[in-house]
Write a protein of this length. Sequence first.
Length: 196
Amino acid sequence: MIRAAKNSLVILFFAGSFFQSCKQNDVYAANVKALDSLSGAVNSLIKEDAKTDTVILAKAISRFNQYKQFVQQNVKDTLTKTEADFLQQFYASGNSLQNFELNRKSVKARINLINSQIDKLKQDAKNNSISEEKLIEFTNTEKKEATNLIDAGHKQQQLFYTDLQEFKTALKAVEELIKARNNGQLPTVIKDTLSL
């Protein structure tokens, strides 16, 4: 009877260890799967950014800087309300395009950082080299950071397209303003074959 009880205890101990191990492996496997999905979502932001027409962006920023310099140096007289409105739109959208270019670089750096942290956390989870509590805590932190980054990236893309359209609209009026003060000519540095 005592021997049967000991055998039962040993079996219960191993069964408990087995189920505990399965439960633990389930937590690790679930977090690895969640981190894989998170990595995919973050990397979709890279694909979205790759669709940005960087040639148009660079030309718009270049044109903005050249025209802004010309206006600051040569437009000293009074403007009509319409001219002032277009000039204000030109400055606002041009500055926003410059900010987009800077923010784009920051978002890329942040994507690289989050990806490296996710990869390291996945490795730790696969190797069971981190406690379940820490794994869950760190996974939740990475989810939060990735969600914030993805939201910011989408907002930046939307702003880019809106600002580019506003810039194009204001550009025509600013070119007319420049031509009126420059013998019907645009500054020669600006002339190129690609129009905005």
